[in-house]
Design a protein around this ligand. Structure first.
Ligand SMILES: Cc1ncc(COP(=O)(O)O)c(C=O)c1O
Length: 369
């Protein structure tokens, strides 16, 4: 397969994981719907035996994401399937895992339940620090930018500290996407992410992945996946691959919209706590601007109460009330409704790819309603 690694983001996204051109064949081969494949009963399986282990549509998607993350990749049926696979493949009874105190809340719930029951200790670490001594920690999981508060951490510095203490480092790259930052190039051992968000961006598939350069580490995760079975189906894998072609374009518009929305919100006295790592006044700006190649389209802010968030969303024509983020439609999520540890009026706002002027006018009208 031709390598496009020397090209820029848009070109790499369009060509990621595509087979070399062949006359009469499509650019992106359609989904292969198969569980078992024909076998040679004497010699056993060839390239494909059974779809939980081998699947051409899934493998093409893995090549695509792997090309963008810069390492071999395994895809999973959701982001949580990928994160829990990584944690359970790496951690043993008696180990300590460091996880963000302000990251995706289901990871904390998993650590506080199943991991604790397995005898794994959890150290909760704020993304913006202060950071503990990692001595005795087996795995440090970072999430940057953290969802939903959007703090950012320095992956290179933390990876050096964790490695010096003998710990592995994994980075949740969901919000940034591989076009926003490449944690493996910054020193992390593993990348884990939900592809449900901006990577696929159409709010129509659940997807997760793990990438790693160390073949031994990735084989552990692959064995876990093979034996527990959380693989995405053929159609989801194909939809995801098809969506990646437009990743660069989608992110560009989302970032431009987020920059304009953050400025608008900052200028209003009836909105507080505006966070966007691309704002020069944001506490995350110095690290984000040095570490990230682009800032994602997610902004957070506080409207003071659940009722005001409700009024805002009822009045807005271009902002859907929905959880998740990173899609082509602009959405807003009042996180406290999920039991996330946020104030009642806290909103995670995900900019879509609508026209910037339309979005600003709609938000302005809805906030003033
Ligand atoms: C940062 C982060 N990681 C992981 C996940 C889990 O992904 P999924 O919903 O695809 O299981 C999410 C979901 O919101 C997330 O925001």
């Amino acid at each position: 397969m031709t390598s496009y690694s020397s090209f820029s983001d848009g070109t790499r996204a369009v060509h990621a994981g595509l087979p070399d051109p062949e006359v009469g064949e499509p650019f992106l081969p359609g989904p292969v719907f198969a569980a078992p494949y024909h076998l040679d009963p004497v010699t056993g399986p060839g390239a494909n035996g059974y779809a939980r282990t081998e699947h051409p549509t899934r493998q093409a998607l893995e090549s695509a994401i792997g090309a963008l993350e810069g390492a071999p990749t395994l895809v999973f049926s959701s982001g949580q399937a990928a994160i829990t696979a990584l944690l359970l493949a790496v951690l043993r009874t008696g180990d300590t895992v460091a996880i963000p105190s302000d990251g995706y809340f289901t990871v904390r719930a998993f650590a506080d339940g199943f991991l604790r029951d397995l005898g794994v200790r959890t150290l909760l670490v704020p993304t913006a620090g202060p950071y503990p001594d990692f001595t005795g920690v087996r795995l440090v999981l970072l999430e940057t930018p953290a969802n939903p508060g959007l703090d950012v951490c320095d992956v290179r510095t933390l990876s050096e500290a964790a490695h010096a203490a003998g710990a592995l480092v994994a980075v949740d790259n969901t919000t940034a996407t591989p076009l926003g930052q490449n944690p493996l190039a910054l020193g992390a051992d593993l990348v884990v992410a939900s592809g449900t968000k901006a990577l696929t961006g159409h709010s129509d598939v659940l997807l997760g992945y793990v990438s790693a350069t160390d073949p031994e580490l990735l084989t552990r995760v692959e064995t876990w996946r093979k034996q527990t079975g959380a693989v995405p189906g053929a159609f989801d894998a194909w939809l995801a691959h098809r969506s990646i072609a437009t990743l660069d374009l989608r992110l560009a518009r989302q970032t431009a919209n987020a920059a304009a929305v953050a400025e608008l919100l900052l200028s209003r006295s009836d909105v507080t706590g505006v966070r966007w790592p691309g704002l020069p006044s944001d506490p995350s700006y110095p690290v984000a601007s040095a570490q990230m190649r682009r800032i994602p389209g997610v902004v957070s802010f506080d409207l003071g109460s659940a009722e005001r968030v409700g009024r805002f969303l009822a009045a807005a024509k271009l902002v859907f009330a929905a959880t998740s983020f990173g899609g082509v439609h602009t959405t807003a999520d009042r996180r406290a409704q999920w039991g996330d540890d946020t104030p009642p009026g806290f909103v995670r706002f995900s900019c879509g790819i609508e026209d910037t002027a339309d979005l600003l006018a709609d938000i302005t009208a809805a906030l003033s309603s």
